[in-house]
Design a protein around this ligand. Structure first.
Ligand SMILES: *Cc1c(COP(=O)(O)O)cnc(C)c1O
Length: 360
C-alpha cells in the first residue's frame, strides 16, 4: 500500500532520550525548557528572530485574526484546507473568496482587488503546496486599502522568498507542525511576526492572557503546546536537511518521468527557494483525473484529491460562490504520494500507471 503521505518517524530511542528529562523535571507543559529549546532551534534553522510555538496550525490562524482585531470581511482563497476559512468564521468574520491564478494556484491579486468593499479588513492568503503567493502585489493592495495581511504558511516549512524565510512576510504568518506536514511535532503550529508589540500580544494570548499568576492583560486562549510535542520536534529537526533533500530528489524524479505528458504542473515562484512539500498534478479533465485516481487505487496507491472540493462550494456555513478557476482546477488536481521513504521503484510504478491512462 502506498498512501499519499506518511508521518516522518524518527528513531524511537532518540525520542525516548528526552523522556528521562521530562520525568526528572516533572514539567509537562506551560512554556517548559523543551518548548524553549525547540523555539530556539527552529528560529536558528529558519533564520528568524521571533516565533511562538502553539497548539496547532488552526489555533495559530485564530490567534492571528484575534490579535489583529479583525472584523467584517476577510478576503481569502477557496483553494486551501478548510481551516483557512473556518478560522475566519470561528472568529466572527466573513470570508470572501477571491479566485486563484491558474498557473500558481495561489490567490490572484487581481481578483483580491475586485472583492474589496468598505467592510474589508484583511487578506488571508495560503501559500499553496509551499509555493509563495505574489507577496509584493498583495502587500501593495493591502497598503492601498489599509488592510492587514495574514499568510497561512502551513505548507511552507523551509520555503524562502527573496532569500529569507517566507514566514517573515505579512503582518502575521502562521504554520502547522501537524504529523502530515513536512516538519512535524505530532500536533503543533506557530505564529510569526516581525512587529514586537504584536508578538507580545500574541504571547499573552497564547497563555490565557496571563501576565502574572493573578493578572491578565487581555483576552486569551489555551494556545500552548507540551514538552512531549516539543521533544518530537527536537528529534525531527535533526533530520530536516535530509527530509528536504529527499523531497527534492523524489519530486525531480517524478517530473523526469512525467515530462512530455499531458499534465499541467503548478508554476513555482521564481523568487522562492521551494520546499517540495507536495507533488500536485493537474489533469486535462475531471474524467482523466478520476481515471487515473481509480487506476492507482486499484493498485493500492492512494493519491489525494487535494484540494477538492473548492471551499467556495463546499461549506454549509459560507454562502456558495461560483469561481471559475478554483472550481475547475479543484476537480482535476491530484497530489501524488510523497514521503520520506518513498522509493524510486515506487515512483516508477506510480508514473507508469499514470502514463498508461494518459496514453489510452
Ligand atoms: C494543515 C493545514 C492547516 C491546519 O493546521 P493544523 O495544525 O492541522 O491545525 C491550515 N491550513 C492549511 C493550508 C493546512 O494545510
Amino acid at each position: 500500500m502506498i498512501p499519499v503521505t506518511k508521518p516522518f518517524m524518527p528513531e524511537k530511542s532518540d525520542f525516548e532520550a528526552y523522556l528521562d528529562g521530562i520525568w526528572k523535571r516533572e514539567w509537562l507543559t506551560n512554556n517548559g525548557p523543551l518548548v524553549n529549546e525547540l523555539e530556539l532551534k527552529l528560529k536558528d534553522f529558519l533564520g528568524l528572530k521571533h516565533m511562538l510555538y502553539v497548539t496547532n496550525g488552526t489555533i495559530a490562524l485564530q490567534l492571528a485574526i484575534k490579535a489583529l482585531d479583525l472584523d467584517g470581511e476577510i478576503i481569502t482563497t477557496p483553494f486551501s484546507y478548510v481551516a483557512t476559512t473556518s478560522s475566519i468564521v470561528w472568529e466572527n468574520c466573513t470570508p470572501i473568496f477571491a479566485d486563484i491564478d491558474p498557473n500558481s494556484l495561489n490567490i490572484n491579486p487581481v481578483e483580491i482587488e475586485k472583492c474589496i468593499t468598505d467592510k474589508t479588513t484583511a487578506i488571508l492568503a495560503t501559500h499553496v503546496y509551499g509555493n509563495p503567493c505574489e507577496i509584493e502585489k498583495i502587500d501593495a493592495i493591502a497598503k492601498k486599502y489599509n488592510l492587514k495581511v495574514i499568510y497561512d504558511a502551513a505548507h511552507c516549512f523551509g520555503t524562502t522568498y527573496n532569500g529569507k524565510s517566507v514566514f517573515e512576510y505579512g503582518d502575521i504568518s502562521t504554520t502547522s507542525f501537524h504529523a502530515t506536514k513536512l516538519f512535524h511535532t505530532i500536533e503543533g503550529g506557530a505564529v510569526f511576526t516581525t512587529d514586537p508589540e504584536l508578538l507580545k500580544k500574541l504571547s499573552y494570548m497564547r497563555n490565557f492572557g496571563h501576565n502574572g499568576p493573578e493578572s491578565f492583560v487581555g483576552l486569551g486562549i489555551n494556545g500552548k503546546n507540551s514538552e512531549f510535542h516539543a521533544a518530537m520536534g527536537l528529534v525531527n529537526i535533526k533530520w530536516i536537511d535530509s527530509i528536504l533533500e529527499n523531497r527534492k530528489t523524489q519530486s525531480e524524479y517524478y517530473s523526469k518521468k512525467l515530462i512530455n505528458s499531458r499534465i499541467h504542473f503548478p508554476k513555482i515562484s521564481k523568487q522562492s527557494g521551494f520546499n517540495y512539500a507536495y507533488y500536485p498534478i493537474v489533469l486535462e479533465s475531471e474524467e482523466m483525473c478520476m481515471k487515473i485516481f481509480k487506476s492507482l487505487t486499484k493498485h493500492e496507491i492512494f493519491p489525494r484529491r487535494y484540494f477538492y472540493p473548492s471551499l467556495s462550494t463546499a461549506l454549509s456555513y459560507v454562502e456558495s460562490k461560483h469561481l471559475e478557476i478554483s472550481d475547475d482546477i479543484s476537480k482535476r488536481v491530484l497530489c501524488l504520494p510523497l514521503y520520506y521513504d518513498l522509493s524510486f521503484v515506487e515512483i516508477d510504478m506510480i508514473t507508469r500507471l499514470i502514463l498508461r491512462e494518459l496514453n489510452n
